[in-house]
Write a protein that binds this ligand. Structure first.
Ligand code: FES
Ligand SMILES: [Fe+2]
Length: 364
């Protein structure tokens, strides 16, 4: 089914279309981004300003001053909140206006909508509710690898001119490595395409595992770890609706079982937070955590540098792909091949979540 054809609802109070699964945590950014400036970003068609107050608390408000609609992200951050850059109204993290310069009385409607945000594992998560007051039933997901002493990580972000699910498709199908990423993490294309793929599902989570013993170490692996002619590679991809956790790496042949979760060797732990901006665009927040080889301690810089290069390559492919989808028509005309099993599972999960819309949300 074409997701674009599914009738879905809207958050009526804000008028924002909701063609995305709601009542869940999405990635709003990385902790390191929020310093002393407000950041304006659109999530799921809703314009939001993010900022960090003087006490270190992170807040998210509707990015629109209730006086004359200037984006609050054009303002400045103060100890107690964010101040509009037009006539100086000051807003608390709750969205309540705290001060109207030159006017004593603060009208009761001097407030803007606030969003729940949680900073956890160096990631800023935002709760995108179905109704303005629907509260989270769960904590944001855990991602312990940013603070794992065995790893060091680097991060980055992209704004994509393509829908979020095209990135899910890309990350759930790493068979493309041998064609798209030959300069970094690629390797033998046929080996990638022929590697058996195990796809499992647990609730709304999909796991794809591919083991590739006897692989040729690709350039990034060689730059980071003193591999010989071959290595035993693994790829474990875990899809969640808001993000993917991808654990890839390789060991020297014969140094242990590649499906052992305590395995040694060279690790790449990728975090991929993919948050829709609109139906046609999305934010992609990534990090890569890796372990150091004692003889090559600077490897992480190379790994992060080459990861960024790798993701640039993906962006070219995905944005070209989306332009062509726009030119030739939607994905109803796609034919599937064997590598699509994981991506199609993820698409079915999102379709089910989108179809689960209350009747009053469908009309209009
Ligand atoms: S528009 Fe914000 S204070 Fe006037
Ligand atoms: Fe890729």
């Amino acid at each position: 089914m074409n997701t674009a054809s599914i009738p879905v609802g809207s958050i009526r109070k804000s008028g924002a279309a909701a063609r995305f699964p709601l009542d869940r945590w999405y990635v709003a950014g990385f902790s390191s981004e929020l310093q002393d400036q407000p950041i304006g970003r659109t999530f799921l068609n809703q314009k939001v300003v993010l900022f960090r107050t003087g006490s270190g608390e992170i807040a998210a408000l509707e990015d629109r001053c209730c006086h004359r609609s200037l984006p609050l992200s054009c303002g400045t951050v103060e100890a107690d909140g964010v101040r509009c850059g037009y006539h100086g109204l000051l807003y608390a993290p709750s969205g309540q206006c705290l001060e109207i310069p030159g006017q004593e009385r603060i009208p009761s409607k001097a407030r803007v909508r606030s969003y729940r945000v949680v900073e956890k594992d160096r990631i800023v998560w935002i709760w995108m509710p179905r109704d303005e007051d629907s509260a989270p039933a769960v904590e944001p997901p855990d991602y312990p690898h940013h603070d794992d002493p065995r790893y060091k990580f680097g991060s980055g972000m992209y704004h994509y001119k393509a829908p979020w699910q095209l990135i899910h498709d890309n990350l759930l199908d790493l068979s493309h490595l041998g064609y798209v990423h030959l300069k970094t993490i690629g390797g033998n294309a046929r080996l990638h395409m022929n590697a058996p793929m195990k796809v499992t599902q647990d609730g709304d989570t999909v796991k794809v595992v591919r083991l590739m013993p006897g692989s040729t170490p690709p350039p990034t692996y060689r730059a980071a770890w003193p591999f010989g002619d071959t290595c035993d590679r693994w790829q474990e991809i875990e899809f969640h609706v808001s993000h993917l956790a991808i654990w890839t790496g390789a060991m020297e042949p014969g140094s242990g079982a590649i499906d052992d979760p305590r395995r040694g060797g060279f690790h790449m732990r990728g975090f991929h937070g993919i948050t829709p901006e609109t139906e046609d665009t999305c934010h992609y927040f990534w990090s890569m955590a890796s372990n150091k080889h004692p003889d090559m301690p600077e490897n992480i810089d190379t790994v992060v540098e080459q990861t960024a290069y790798t993701f640039d390559e993906d962006r070219v492919v995905i944005e070209d792909q989306y332009r062509n989808i726009a030119d030739f028509g939607d994905r109803n005309s796609w034919m599937d091949i064997h590598v699509d099993a994981g991506a199609n599972r993820a698409r079915r999960i999102v379709e089910r979540l989108l179809a689960d819309v209350r009747p009053e949300e469908v009309a209009g």
